[in-house]
Design a protein around this ligand. Structure first.
Ligand code: ARG
Length: 555
């Protein structure tokens, strides 16, 4: 709405003055609802700012949403018909509810490769970050009309599976693996490396086993399929808790029979070189990329190339996002460089992110000493439950609420800062109900829900004149920015844009509520208030959904 007014003013003035870069902005600090800086235009047109002001004043004033225009310090300052503008915006949100800001299908496809853990290894905190960021991006893109394909590119192929099979055949036991698949498989893998010190032939046995796997040996494939299934079962419980879904679980193994063609394509373009027996692609200003090892085995890169081209040919993506940690930067630069050499010009982006730090040190869920990730999440839920019971001992469905708050706290803590930065993981801090936390945002929405309880809104009774007051109007302006906030999140592939906005909106509401009574006698004022706070709740809840959290009615 505000955006529409800005664009209208901009194009009208540009037409009238025959210039191209008129700026209509929302000033940071009060004084005006909209402002137009005139200096640059004045220079361009060789006129004084005052002259320009006088030329366009009447045109701007003729707008049905404009109340007044004044000249101040080289700016044209606009006051809007605040009551009318605000009521239009709030009515729109009231009618559209969670669809506020939703754009229709734009016929663009985005593939998002996220989570992508490795089979038979524990789900690491890095995979947690990828899952949370990718899931949010998926919802954000869908909100603005994109068709999204969510892909879990499982790490289910590679020489380590040869080793795992050898280890299982030597020391493994079916029942143990069924009981605790990932832990047991990981133990076997660790044992394999320990025993290598005594038995130098193990390395070769592992390679041979992987070769058999690549050649589709039925017994080996059967074992591999079992490892994969058991691991996936564990991952699925994690996705259930986080409420995350995918359209495809085609991991690296899926590309086993699709790599020859890629190697051939590279060959035909004369891009392959043999270097000490290995097949590589040389790249400008970059380490060469390894396509085949000297024994002919394919690599992570080979599978990513096959996957990329498969996705292009089958999903016809306009954009391909890889949500993977900072440490794989070179890999994705190489991937892009190779496809450019092949003559593609894919819009691919490595949506990178930093580490999770525990007491300032890199947090790891691998190995025996640190906790498993599901235990960490369970602990967050427990903390949340304790916090909730202290505040609201009679709450219904406590477990459900505790889960939404505990899991939400982890998600919000991850997404509130720019993703390339490291994240501090401190359960106690992230579950606080004040400060920059997920529970704080959820709680703000719950406060509004309790205000609205047993109230009905009558749109005909709304007295819009109250919206002229700054403490109302500033928040209405914030609400009107929501669709553009989502666009900004898309431009930068940054869910943090939404998280920061949610904090801003929650803080604005809480400070409003600190000074303004909502349930008042006067019917016009009451309905104005109800419509206003309901719109805030609608936008907070939709924002929470976009970052992958659950909004609550009570907590
Ligand atoms: N499985 C990989 C890892 O854990 C991440 C895969 C990311 N996606 C991709 N297409 N390379 O490091």
């Amino acid at each position: 709405m505000i955006e529409k007014i800005k664009l209208q003013l901009k194009s009208e003035i540009e037409l009238k003055l025959d210039v191209t870069d008129v700026i209509v902005e929302t000033p940071k600090k009060g004084g005006a609802d909209l402002a137009m800086p005139l200096f640059a235009m004045a220079k361009q047109l060789r006129k004084s700012p005052m002259d320009i002001f006088n030329t366009i004043k009447a045109d701007i004033l003729s707008h049905s949403e404009v109340e007044d225009v004044v000249f101040l310090n080289g700016f044209l300052n606009i006051t809007l018909k605040r009551g009318k503008v605000a009521k239009d915006i709030l009515n729109t949100i009231y009618l559209e509810e969670e669809n506020y800001g939703q754009l229709p299908n734009n016929n663009k496809v985005v593939c998002i490769d996220y989570s992508s853990p490795n089979i038979a290894k524990s789900f690491s905190v890095g995979h947690l970050r990828s899952t949370v960021i990718g899931n949010s991006l998926r919802r954000i893109y869908e909100k603005r009309g994109y068709k999204v394909f969510g892909i879990n590119h499982l790490g289910d192929w590679g020489t380590q599976f040869g080793k795992m099979i050898v280890a299982y055949q030597k020391w493994g036991n079916k029942e143990d693996i069924e009981k605790d698949p990932i832990d047991e498989l990981q133990k076997l893998y660790v044992r394999f490396h320990e025993e290598e010190a005594n038995d130098p032939t193990l390395e070769q046995q592992g390679r041979d086993a992987f070769k058999k796997l690549e050649d589709n040996d039925p017994e080996y494939i059967e074992l591999w399929r079992w490892f994969r299934e058991e691991s996936l079962k564990e991952f699925m419980t994690m996705y259930d808790i986080l409420n995350v879904t995918f359209d495809s679980y085609n991991g690296e193994a899926f590309y086993n029979d699709k790599m020859d063609r890629i190697v051939e394509m590279l060959e035909n373009k004369n891009l392959l070189k043999v270097d000490e027996g290995a097949t590589i692609v040389e790249l400008e200003n970059m380490t060469p990329a390894l396509i085949k090892r000297s024994d002919g085995a394919t690599l992570y890169m080979t599978r990513d190339l096959a996957a990329l081209i498969y996705r292009y040919e089958n999903y016809h993506f306009d954009k391909m996002l890889y949500v993977v940690g900072n440490e794989q930067r070179l890999h994705f630069e190489q991937l892009k460089a190779i496809t450019n050499l092949m003559g593609y010009n894919f819009d691919i982006e490595h949506v990178n992110f930093g580490l999770i730090l525990l007491d300032g040190k890199k947090m790891s869920t691998r190995g025996g000493k640190t906790k498993k990730l599901d235990a960490v999440i369970a602990q967050a839920v427990e903390f949340a439950k304790a916090a909730i019971l202290e505040k609201n001992p009679n709450l219904n469905n406590q477990d459900e609420v505790a889960k939404a708050v505990g899991v939400g706290a982890i998600i919000f803590n991850d997404l509130k800062n720019e993703r390339h930065l490291d994240v501090d993981f401190n359960l106690e801090n992230m579950i606080k109900f004040e400060g920059q936390t997920g529970p704080y945002v959820q709680y703000s929405s719950v406060r509004i829900a309790s205000i609205l309880k047993n109230q009905t809104i009558d749109l005909n009774l709304v007295d819009e004149s109250f919206y002229k007051l700054d403490h109302y109007f500033d928040i209405v302006m914030l609400l009107s920015q929501f669709p553009q906030i989502v666009d900004r999140a898309i431009e930068q592939n940054a869910p943090s844009t939404i998280a920061r906005y949610l904090l801003q909106l929650s803080q604005a509401f809480n400070s409003f509520y600190g000074k303004q009574k909502v349930i008042v006698e006067d019917k016009g004022h009451l309905n104005a208030n109800l419509l206003f706070v309901k719109a805030i709740r609608t936008v907070i809840n939709e924002g929470l959904r976009l970052i992958g959290m659950t909004a609550l009615d009570e907590m």
